[in-house]
Ligand binder design. Structure first.
Ligand code: TXE
Length: 492
């Protein structure tokens, strides 16, 4: 960063082979926040080769589980020691408020603590095969070399969901943060070294997915690819990996319904719908971007919501007065503007927003107003496609069956919210929704101990929870005959 080498390959920090760099932009004001090394495809190939050699060498994967668990705890301690610095980097890079970034670093810490405890408690499974001479057991072993590709909305958090279980399992890895937001991951990789991660176990490259993707994924040297990002990229990676029969886990975002029945607690419903969609300016894979509301309360609810949306304080994430920051980049704002124009042309009713803020103090940043479209139809692109910005669409229903049908009417299936004071109905609707996480009378919360991932085109595989560790493991059945005798099948 800023002249220091940023690529960690084979235990050595180095610059890009062609000395290429990238300006990392602070989206709150358009200034250059840092200049980082931009890896070449050859750098990425070197990183994969280093991870391969470190795995095949066997020393890391043979470390005692207790040793790896202690290492994860040391990482967690260092994260807390450097929390303020890491949070500042995250805010400068993504635009999110400093308060959110602090929460992110605490969440990253809890992921390391969780996998430390979980891997330390793992036990082999003994299988009774009906022969007292045979000890049959099922053990878990590291899957091998992992490529970990993260997006820009929760840069360190998303990366931690991959690195923590990969280390816990005994894998080696190449991490690639988003080229838009690499700063926290670079700083964090230094912490991993400080915590005692052996050379070549974690390798770090940053650069554009288009330039590095082939080197990272189109190879027999990688055993597992964990990717979080857009649907199109997830498809590309899955196709390439299929050629090599490489295991892939992909988390590809969502178009998440928030269903509000007329009997829901109004105050918390309005508050959670607002937070669910406008937190981090909507750049959240589980953002509740589709309000699906019972017709009888819809007019009043939307009017109240619009008033609250207009009072959200937008500004530089470093300013403690800001409640939400800018979009991650000018390019991303352009995409949001296209979606808003599309919504208008499709006939949705623009209730509020739909523009950049008029405050001249925000003119240099990629800010956009919280936007609400009422009277939306399920066929509209703004209802079906992940906009990944501060856009809420409103659809109305009159029956429970209709609410469920609307909630499931998406190619995605990452998350959903249901709000009702009728708990029997709440349970019925929760079970009927085809989404990976469903909140009943709450929204947005998660824990390191529970699985995260999607149905449908939100992806394959799960992160977090016990399954988030299993993804990084191969399962081996060991059959040990302690008193061998001839099988006696062939008589000659
Ligand atoms: O994602 P990309 P983008 C959604 C959201 C957003 C859209 C596009 O709707 O508007 O995706 O965002 C790397 N081989 N989500 O374009 O390109 C890339 O460098 C290997 C949802 O930023 O998918 C980055 O590190 N890697 C989401 C990562 O993939 C490749 C979070 C994600 O970038 C690659 C972010 C390739 N061929 C966006 N091409 C979520 N699920 O939360 C790109 N990359």
């Amino acid at each position: 960063m800023n002249g220091e080498p940023d690529l960690l390959i084979g235990g050595t920090w180095r610059h890009a082979a062609d000395r290429g760099t990238r300006d990392v932009i602070n989206p709150a004001n358009g200034t250059v926040a840092a200049v980082v090394d931009e890896a070449t495809a050859d750098d990425a190939r070197d990183a994969v080769a280093a991870a391969r050699a470190a795995f095949d060498d066997g020393a890391w994967r043979a470390t005692a589980v207790t040793e790896r668990a202690e290492l994860l705890d040391r990482v967690a301690d260092l994260l807390q020691r450097d929390k303020d610095d890491l949070a500042r980097l995250e805010t400068v890079d993504t635009g999110k408020t400093l308060a959110e970034s602090h929460i992110d670093i605490d969440d990253v810490t809890s992921v390391f603590r969780y996998y430390s405890r979980l891997v330390g408690a793992e036990a082999d499974r003994i299988v009774d095969v009906g022969d007292p001479a045979v000890i049959s057991r099922v053990v878990r072993e590291p899957i091998g070399v992992c490529v970990l590709i993260a997006p820009w909305n929760y840069p360190l958090l998303q990366m931690s969901w991959k690195i923590a279980p990969a280390l816990a399992a005994g894998c080696t890895m190449v991490a690639k943060p988003s080229e838009v937001t690499p700063l926290s991951t670079i700083a964090f990789t230094h912490l991993l070294e400080e915590a005692g991660v052996p050379p070549s176990v974690v390798n770090l490259v940053q650069g554009s997915g288009a330039a590095l993707g082939t080197a990272l994924t189109d190879t027999d040297d990688v055993d597992f690819i964990s990717f979080t990002g857009g649907l199109g990229t997830g498809r590309t990676i899955s196709k390439v990996a299929a050629e090599h029969v490489t295991k892939v886990a992909v988390e590809l975002g969502g178009k998440n319904p928030h269903i509000v029945f007329a009997d829901a607690d109004a105050d918390s419903a309005i508050d959670h719908v607002l937070t669910g969609v406008f937190l981090h300016s909507g750049q959240v894979c589980s953002a509740g971007t589709r309000l699906i509301i019972e017709e009888s309360i819809a007019d009043d609810f939307v009017a109240e919501l619009a008033g609250r949306a207009e009072r959200i304080r937008i500004g530089d994430g470093m300013d403690p007065a800001s409640e939400t920051g800018p979009l991650v980049s000018e390019q991303h704002r352009a995409k949001i503007e296209e979606y808003v124009a599309q919504g208008v042309s499709e006939g949705a009713k623009l209730v509020t927003g739909g523009a950049r803020p008029s405050d001249p103090a925000l003119a240099a940043g990629s800010f956009y107003l919280p936007t609400i479209f009422d009277r939306c139809q399920r066929s509209m692109r703004i209802v079906q496609e992940e906009t990944f910005g501060p856009i809420l669409t409103v659809e109305r229903f009159t029956t429970e069956a209709e609410a469920i049908a609307l909630g499931n009417d998406t190619q995605y299936g990452l998350a959903a919210g249901v709000r009702t004071s009728d708990s029997a109905r709440g349970e019925r609707v929760v079970r009927a929704l085809r989404h990976g996480t469903v909140w009943l009378n709450d929204f947005g919360y998660y824990t390191a101990a529970a699985e995260w991932g999607g149905f449908g085109k939100s992806g394959n595989g799960r992160e977090l929870g016990p399954t988030g560790l299993t993804e990084y493991q191969e399962i081996k059945h060991i059959w040990h005959n302690t008193a061998p005798t001839p099988a006696g099948w062939f008589k000659g």
